[in-house]
Design a binder for this molecule. Structure first.
Ligand code: PAF
Length: 281
């Protein structure tokens, strides 16, 4: 496996592989890889001849009071893990390589980004869309792989790709969970042992809501209330939002119909965790 830092070298590598008729899968990450990322790499390996894993903690998607400086980083550990999964390249650009002096452009996906996490993190999805568009232009992948855990991010990227006619396929991969159900996230390392023990209340409340829906409940306000009540029973959990929206445009629904997304964000101390469930009714 190769490590590439220079943007021009990455593009040249991809062009050469594609000239040889190979397909390229891109797994964009901010590093500190966990089983969720490794699952994305495995999926990319199944579907493409070559796999590029990008590792870039993107300053544009962090707010002024967020954890950019503390975000966990360990490039040599990540390299070993990605190599073990058979990735061909780790693309780890420098901030000045991605955003050289004079950089002034951004990609804004409207409507889908002002709700849910966009409300608490203004500018976050502009940062995500901008870096992902740049990665797509630099690597030129045939397919790119994203986790369903970041459901709003996945919807925003699908919208951007469709709206801007980007020539690649986006593959969403189901959330990978710890044995007790907690969705895997690089931010789980921030949790204290007590918070870590409390955190599976998120997946439990979603699973209980699924049972309620299975019994015929379709009223979004009732289902949302039910989830909030379950989470509030956990004293360490502070709800940021619990919302039920349509899965494509992320607009609130009154009654569940078609494909809906139940999304939530909850704080445990300073750590904000997200989780979600897609329901088809
Ligand atoms: O999901 C992430 O890790 C990041 O938001 C992404 C897609 C790599 C963009 O920086």
């Amino acid at each position: 496996m190769q490590r590439i830092s220079a943007v021009s070298e990455m593009t040249a590598w991809s062009r050469e592989k594609q000239r040889q008729g190979e397909t390229i899968g891109l797994v964009p990450t901010m590093g500190y890889l966990h089983e969720g990322h490794l699952t994305l790499i495995r999926r990319a390996k199944e579907k493409c001849n070559r796999v590029v894993v990008s590792i870039f903690v993107n300053p544009l998607q962090f707010g002024a009071n967020e954890d950019f400086a503390e975000y966990p980083r360990d490039l040599s550990r990540d390299e070993n893990l990605a190599a073990r999964e058979g990735a061909d390249v780790i693309f780890a650009p420098l901030v000045k390589g991605m955003y050289p002096q004079g950089f002034h452009s951004s990609v804004e996906v409207e409507k889908l980004t002002d709700r849910l996490c966009g409300q608490a993190r203004p500018g976050h999805f502009r940062g995500v869309a901008t870096v992902v568009a740049k990665l797509f232009n630099i690597v030129g992948p045939d397919q790119a792989f994203f986790g369903q855990k970041d459901a709003q991010q996945l919807a925003v990227i699908r919208r951007m790709v469709a709206d801007l006619n980007m020539p690649l396929t986006i593959v969403g991969v189901p959330t990978v969970r710890e044995p007790d159900g907690l969705a895997m996230s690089s931010r789980n390392v921030y949790l204290t042992p007590e918070q870590r023990q409390a955190a599976p209340v998120l997946v439990r409340s979603l699973r209980e809501a699924r049972e309620l829906i299975g019994q015929g409940e379709r009223d979004a306000a009732k289902i949302g209330g039910f989830i909030r009540q379950r989470i509030t029973r956990e004293p360490l959990a502070v709800i940021d939002y619990v919302e039920i929206v349509d899965n494509d445009f992320l607009q609130p629904v009154d009654k569940l119909a078609g494909t809906c997304l139940i999304a939530l964000a909850v704080r445990f101390g300073n750590t904000r965790l997200i989780d979600n469930m897609v329901v088809e009714v």
